[in-house]
Design a protein around this ligand. Structure first.
Ligand code: NAP
Length: 274
Protein backbone atom coordinates (compact mmCIF):
# COMPACT_ATOMS: atom_id res chain seq x y z
CA UNK A 1 0.00 0.00 0.00
CA UNK A 2 1.36 3.39 -0.98
CA UNK A 3 0.46 6.34 1.28
CA UNK A 4 0.97 9.84 -0.10
CA UNK A 5 -0.55 13.32 0.07
CA UNK A 6 -3.59 12.23 -1.96
CA UNK A 7 -4.48 9.09 0.02
CA UNK A 8 -8.17 9.08 0.98
CA UNK A 9 -8.65 7.99 4.56
CA UNK A 10 -11.49 5.86 5.96
CA UNK A 11 -11.86 4.17 9.31
CA UNK A 12 -14.02 2.56 11.96
CA UNK A 13 -15.28 4.65 14.88
CA UNK A 14 -16.20 2.74 18.03
CA UNK A 15 -14.90 1.49 21.32
CA UNK A 16 -13.36 -1.06 21.31
CA UNK A 17 -12.29 -1.42 17.66
CA UNK A 18 -8.92 -3.14 17.90
CA UNK A 19 -10.42 -6.56 17.05
CA UNK A 20 -12.49 -5.28 14.13
CA UNK A 21 -12.23 -7.30 10.92
CA UNK A 22 -13.20 -4.26 8.79
CA UNK A 23 -9.66 -2.87 8.23
CA UNK A 24 -8.55 -6.19 6.68
CA UNK A 25 -11.64 -6.33 4.45
CA UNK A 26 -11.56 -2.73 3.19
CA UNK A 27 -7.78 -2.43 2.77
CA UNK A 28 -7.75 -5.66 0.72
CA UNK A 29 -10.44 -4.20 -1.54
CA UNK A 30 -8.56 -0.89 -1.98
CA UNK A 31 -5.32 -2.71 -2.76
CA UNK A 32 -7.00 -5.09 -5.22
CA UNK A 33 -8.53 -2.21 -7.19
CA UNK A 34 -5.41 -0.02 -6.93
CA UNK A 35 -7.36 2.75 -5.14
CA UNK A 36 -5.27 5.28 -3.24
CA UNK A 37 -7.24 4.76 -0.03
CA UNK A 38 -6.54 3.44 3.46
CA UNK A 39 -8.82 2.26 6.31
CA UNK A 40 -7.82 2.47 9.99
CA UNK A 41 -9.29 1.65 13.40
CA UNK A 42 -10.39 4.97 14.98
CA UNK A 43 -11.07 4.19 18.66
CA UNK A 44 -12.74 7.01 20.57
CA UNK A 45 -14.53 7.89 23.81
CA UNK A 46 -15.82 11.09 22.26
CA UNK A 47 -18.34 10.48 19.48
CA UNK A 48 -19.10 14.17 18.82
CA UNK A 49 -15.39 15.01 18.67
CA UNK A 50 -14.68 12.04 16.39
CA UNK A 51 -17.43 13.07 13.95
CA UNK A 52 -16.16 16.66 13.88
CA UNK A 53 -12.72 15.16 13.30
CA UNK A 54 -13.99 13.38 10.18
CA UNK A 55 -14.95 16.76 8.71
CA UNK A 56 -11.92 18.74 9.84
CA UNK A 57 -9.29 16.13 9.01
CA UNK A 58 -10.71 15.52 5.56
CA UNK A 59 -11.49 11.85 6.28
CA UNK A 60 -13.70 10.55 3.45
CA UNK A 61 -15.94 8.14 5.34
CA UNK A 62 -16.28 5.85 8.33
CA UNK A 63 -17.92 2.74 9.65
CA UNK A 64 -19.55 3.13 13.07
CA UNK A 65 -19.82 0.32 15.58
CA UNK A 66 -20.55 -0.43 19.26
CA UNK A 67 -21.47 1.59 21.29
CA UNK A 68 -22.26 4.46 18.91
CA UNK A 69 -24.57 3.13 16.16
CA UNK A 70 -27.71 4.44 17.85
CA UNK A 71 -26.17 7.66 19.19
CA UNK A 72 -24.99 9.66 16.21
CA UNK A 73 -28.21 10.92 14.63
CA UNK A 74 -27.91 14.37 16.24
CA UNK A 75 -24.46 14.93 14.74
CA UNK A 76 -25.31 14.06 11.14
CA UNK A 77 -26.39 16.47 8.40
CA UNK A 78 -28.43 13.84 6.51
CA UNK A 79 -29.65 10.33 7.35
CA UNK A 80 -31.19 7.89 4.91
CA UNK A 81 -34.82 6.95 5.69
CA UNK A 82 -34.23 3.26 6.37
CA UNK A 83 -31.41 4.01 8.85
CA UNK A 84 -33.90 6.27 10.63
CA UNK A 85 -36.48 3.45 10.72
CA UNK A 86 -33.87 1.00 12.03
CA UNK A 87 -32.69 3.60 14.54
CA UNK A 88 -29.03 2.93 13.85
CA UNK A 89 -26.33 4.25 11.52
CA UNK A 90 -23.27 2.15 10.71
CA UNK A 91 -21.93 4.13 7.74
CA UNK A 92 -20.92 7.78 7.40
CA UNK A 93 -20.03 9.40 4.10
CA UNK A 94 -18.30 12.79 4.21
CA UNK A 95 -19.81 14.62 1.27
CA UNK A 96 -18.21 17.75 -0.20
CA UNK A 97 -20.84 20.45 -0.80
CA UNK A 98 -20.83 24.16 -1.61
CA UNK A 99 -21.57 24.93 2.02
CA UNK A 100 -18.70 22.74 3.27
CA UNK A 101 -18.38 19.09 4.27
CA UNK A 102 -21.55 17.23 5.24
CA UNK A 103 -21.90 14.02 7.22
CA UNK A 104 -24.37 11.62 5.59
CA UNK A 105 -25.44 8.57 7.60
CA UNK A 106 -26.83 5.27 6.36
CA UNK A 107 -27.24 1.68 7.52
CA UNK A 108 -25.84 -1.25 5.55
CA UNK A 109 -26.52 -4.05 8.09
CA UNK A 110 -29.94 -4.73 6.56
CA UNK A 111 -28.44 -4.86 3.08
CA UNK A 112 -25.72 -7.19 4.33
CA UNK A 113 -28.30 -9.52 5.81
CA UNK A 114 -30.48 -9.48 2.67
CA UNK A 115 -27.59 -10.05 0.27
CA UNK A 116 -26.18 -12.84 2.42
CA UNK A 117 -29.57 -14.59 2.51
CA UNK A 118 -30.24 -14.08 -1.19
CA UNK A 119 -27.24 -16.27 -1.99
CA UNK A 120 -29.30 -19.19 -0.70
CA UNK A 121 -33.00 -18.26 -1.02
CA UNK A 122 -35.43 -15.89 -2.70
CA UNK A 123 -36.64 -13.49 -0.03
CA UNK A 124 -39.71 -12.04 -1.75
CA UNK A 125 -42.73 -14.06 -0.66
CA UNK A 126 -40.83 -16.21 1.83
CA UNK A 127 -41.44 -16.42 5.59
CA UNK A 128 -38.51 -15.74 7.92
CA UNK A 129 -38.27 -16.41 11.64
CA UNK A 130 -35.83 -14.09 13.43
CA UNK A 131 -34.45 -15.14 16.82
CA UNK A 132 -33.57 -12.16 19.04
CA UNK A 133 -34.83 -8.64 19.58
CA UNK A 134 -31.67 -6.53 19.83
CA UNK A 135 -30.10 -4.06 17.42
CA UNK A 136 -29.07 -6.68 14.87
CA UNK A 137 -32.54 -8.33 14.88
CA UNK A 138 -34.06 -4.92 14.19
CA UNK A 139 -31.82 -4.30 11.14
CA UNK A 140 -32.37 -7.85 9.84
CA UNK A 141 -36.13 -7.46 10.34
CA UNK A 142 -36.39 -4.19 8.44
CA UNK A 143 -34.23 -5.65 5.69
CA UNK A 144 -36.55 -8.63 5.31
CA UNK A 145 -39.60 -6.37 5.15
CA UNK A 146 -37.87 -4.26 2.47
CA UNK A 147 -37.26 -7.44 0.46
CA UNK A 148 -40.91 -8.45 0.53
CA UNK A 149 -40.51 -11.34 2.98
CA UNK A 150 -42.93 -12.06 5.84
CA UNK A 151 -41.39 -11.94 9.29
CA UNK A 152 -42.00 -13.64 12.66
CA UNK A 153 -39.96 -12.90 15.77
CA UNK A 154 -38.96 -15.11 18.67
CA UNK A 155 -36.96 -13.97 21.68
CA UNK A 156 -36.15 -14.62 25.34
CA UNK A 157 -37.44 -11.42 26.93
CA UNK A 158 -41.12 -10.83 26.23
CA UNK A 159 -41.19 -7.03 26.69
CA UNK A 160 -38.40 -6.19 24.21
CA UNK A 161 -39.57 -8.95 21.86
CA UNK A 162 -43.14 -7.69 21.71
CA UNK A 163 -41.88 -4.09 21.33
CA UNK A 164 -39.82 -5.01 18.27
CA UNK A 165 -42.60 -7.19 16.87
CA UNK A 166 -44.91 -4.19 17.06
CA UNK A 167 -42.41 -2.01 15.19
CA UNK A 168 -42.00 -4.72 12.53
CA UNK A 169 -45.76 -5.37 12.56
CA UNK A 170 -45.21 -9.10 13.00
CA UNK A 171 -46.07 -11.93 15.40
CA UNK A 172 -43.95 -12.67 18.49
CA UNK A 173 -43.22 -16.06 20.08
CA UNK A 174 -41.26 -17.06 23.22
CA UNK A 175 -37.86 -18.54 22.38
CA UNK A 176 -38.53 -21.65 24.48
CA UNK A 177 -42.09 -22.08 23.15
CA UNK A 178 -43.61 -24.29 20.45
CA UNK A 179 -41.82 -24.51 17.07
CA UNK A 180 -42.70 -21.70 14.64
CA UNK A 181 -42.83 -23.00 11.07
CA UNK A 182 -41.07 -20.77 8.48
CA UNK A 183 -38.86 -21.05 5.37
CA UNK A 184 -35.85 -19.23 6.78
CA UNK A 185 -34.36 -19.16 10.30
CA UNK A 186 -32.02 -16.36 11.34
CA UNK A 187 -30.18 -16.33 14.65
CA UNK A 188 -29.80 -12.66 15.59
CA UNK A 189 -29.05 -13.39 19.26
CA UNK A 190 -25.50 -13.72 20.56
CA UNK A 191 -26.21 -17.34 21.60
CA UNK A 192 -23.47 -19.68 20.33
CA UNK A 193 -20.78 -17.00 20.29
CA UNK A 194 -17.34 -17.86 21.67
CA UNK A 195 -16.64 -18.81 24.43
CA UNK A 196 -20.19 -20.19 24.72
CA UNK A 197 -19.99 -22.04 21.41
CA UNK A 198 -21.64 -25.20 22.78
CA UNK A 199 -24.92 -23.30 23.05
CA UNK A 200 -27.55 -23.03 20.35
CA UNK A 201 -30.69 -20.87 20.17
CA UNK A 202 -32.78 -23.56 18.47
CA UNK A 203 -33.10 -27.29 19.27
CA UNK A 204 -31.77 -29.51 16.48
CA UNK A 205 -35.11 -31.33 16.12
CA UNK A 206 -36.79 -28.03 15.07
CA UNK A 207 -34.41 -27.41 12.14
CA UNK A 208 -35.43 -29.87 9.38
CA UNK A 209 -38.38 -27.72 8.20
CA UNK A 210 -36.25 -24.71 7.26
CA UNK A 211 -34.96 -24.24 3.71
CA UNK A 212 -32.17 -21.93 4.88
CA UNK A 213 -30.57 -21.05 8.21
CA UNK A 214 -28.34 -18.01 8.79
CA UNK A 215 -26.42 -17.44 12.01
CA UNK A 216 -25.24 -13.84 12.24
CA UNK A 217 -22.74 -14.86 14.95
CA UNK A 218 -19.38 -15.21 13.14
CA UNK A 219 -17.09 -16.26 15.99
CA UNK A 220 -16.94 -19.21 15.58
CA UNK A 221 -17.66 -19.27 11.86
CA UNK A 222 -19.29 -22.69 12.06
CA UNK A 223 -21.64 -22.35 15.05
CA UNK A 224 -23.42 -25.30 16.63
CA UNK A 225 -26.66 -24.01 15.05
CA UNK A 226 -25.13 -24.10 11.56
CA UNK A 227 -23.56 -27.55 12.12
CA UNK A 228 -26.93 -28.97 13.16
CA UNK A 229 -28.75 -27.13 10.36
CA UNK A 230 -26.36 -28.63 7.82
CA UNK A 231 -27.03 -32.10 9.25
CA UNK A 232 -30.77 -31.36 8.92
CA UNK A 233 -30.29 -30.61 5.19
CA UNK A 234 -30.79 -26.81 5.40
CA UNK A 235 -28.83 -24.35 3.25
CA UNK A 236 -26.48 -22.56 5.67
CA UNK A 237 -25.20 -18.99 5.67
CA UNK A 238 -22.52 -17.84 8.11
CA UNK A 239 -22.43 -14.50 9.92
CA UNK A 240 -19.30 -13.69 7.95
CA UNK A 241 -21.44 -13.33 4.82
CA UNK A 242 -23.61 -10.66 6.48
CA UNK A 243 -20.48 -8.86 7.70
CA UNK A 244 -19.01 -9.13 4.19
CA UNK A 245 -22.04 -7.75 2.35
CA UNK A 246 -22.61 -4.90 4.82
CA UNK A 247 -18.96 -4.00 4.24
CA UNK A 248 -19.35 -4.28 0.47
CA UNK A 249 -22.29 -1.86 0.62
CA UNK A 250 -20.18 0.58 2.68
CA UNK A 251 -17.35 0.30 0.18
CA UNK A 252 -19.74 1.13 -2.66
CA UNK A 253 -21.24 4.07 -0.72
CA UNK A 254 -17.77 5.58 -0.27
CA UNK A 255 -16.10 4.78 -3.60
CA UNK A 256 -19.00 4.37 -6.07
CA UNK A 257 -17.03 1.39 -7.39
CA UNK A 258 -18.45 -2.20 -7.34
CA UNK A 259 -16.96 -3.98 -4.31
CA UNK A 260 -14.59 -6.91 -5.05
CA UNK A 261 -16.62 -9.27 -2.88
CA UNK A 262 -14.45 -12.36 -3.32
CA UNK A 263 -11.31 -10.44 -2.34
CA UNK A 264 -13.07 -9.01 0.70
CA UNK A 265 -14.35 -12.47 1.73
CA UNK A 266 -10.85 -13.94 1.46
CA UNK A 267 -9.48 -11.09 3.60
CA UNK A 268 -12.15 -11.67 6.24
CA UNK A 269 -11.52 -15.42 6.30
CA UNK A 270 -7.79 -14.73 6.66
CA UNK A 271 -8.43 -12.29 9.51
CA UNK A 272 -10.76 -14.71 11.31
CA UNK A 273 -8.35 -17.61 11.11
CA UNK A 274 -5.20 -15.49 11.66
P1 NAP B 1 -27.94 -6.84 21.37
O1 NAP B 1 -28.58 -5.60 20.89
O2 NAP B 1 -27.23 -6.85 22.68
O3 NAP B 1 -29.04 -8.01 21.36
C1 NAP B 1 -28.72 -9.31 21.77
C2 NAP B 1 -29.93 -10.22 21.61
O4 NAP B 1 -29.50 -11.55 21.95
C3 NAP B 1 -31.09 -9.87 22.54
O5 NAP B 1 -32.30 -10.13 21.89
C4 NAP B 1 -30.88 -10.85 23.70
O6 NAP B 1 -32.07 -11.22 24.33
C5 NAP B 1 -30.39 -12.07 22.95
N1 NAP B 1 -29.67 -12.97 23.84
C6 NAP B 1 -28.47 -12.80 24.42
N2 NAP B 1 -28.16 -13.87 25.18
C7 NAP B 1 -29.21 -14.72 25.09
C8 NAP B 1 -29.49 -16.01 25.63
N3 NAP B 1 -28.62 -16.63 26.42
N4 NAP B 1 -30.66 -16.60 25.30
C9 NAP B 1 -31.54 -15.98 24.48
N5 NAP B 1 -31.35 -14.76 23.93
C10 NAP B 1 -30.18 -14.15 24.23
O7 NAP B 1 -26.82 -7.34 20.32
P2 NAP B 1 -26.86 -7.17 18.73
O8 NAP B 1 -26.12 -5.96 18.35
O9 NAP B 1 -28.25 -7.34 18.28
O10 NAP B 1 -25.94 -8.40 18.27
C11 NAP B 1 -26.37 -9.75 18.41
C12 NAP B 1 -25.32 -10.69 17.81
O11 NAP B 1 -25.18 -10.45 16.42
C13 NAP B 1 -23.90 -10.51 18.39
O12 NAP B 1 -23.33 -11.78 18.54
C14 NAP B 1 -23.18 -9.73 17.30
O13 NAP B 1 -21.78 -10.00 17.29
C15 NAP B 1 -23.83 -10.27 16.06
N6 NAP B 1 -23.82 -9.34 14.91
C16 NAP B 1 -23.34 -9.81 13.72
C17 NAP B 1 -23.35 -8.99 12.61
C18 NAP B 1 -22.82 -9.49 11.29
O14 NAP B 1 -22.60 -8.68 10.39
N7 NAP B 1 -22.65 -10.78 11.13
C19 NAP B 1 -23.85 -7.68 12.71
C20 NAP B 1 -24.34 -7.24 13.94
C21 NAP B 1 -24.32 -8.09 15.04
P3 NAP B 1 -32.62 -10.49 25.65
O15 NAP B 1 -33.25 -9.22 25.15
O16 NAP B 1 -33.56 -11.45 26.22
O17 NAP B 1 -31.41 -10.22 26.52
Amino acid sequence: MKIDGKTKLFGIIGNPVEHSLSPAMHNAAFAHLGLNCAYLPLPTNDLAGALQGLKHLGIAGASVTIPYKEQLFDYLDEVDPIARKIGAVNTVLVKESESGRKLVGSNTDWLGSNRALEQAVTLRGSHALILGAGGAARAVGFGLLESGARVSLSSRTESSGRALAEVLDCDWHPLDGDPVPADILINATSVGMQPHDRQTPSPADQLPGFTAVMDIVYAPLQTRLLREAEEAGCRCITGLEMLLFQGAAQFETWTRVPAPVDVMRAALLGAVSG
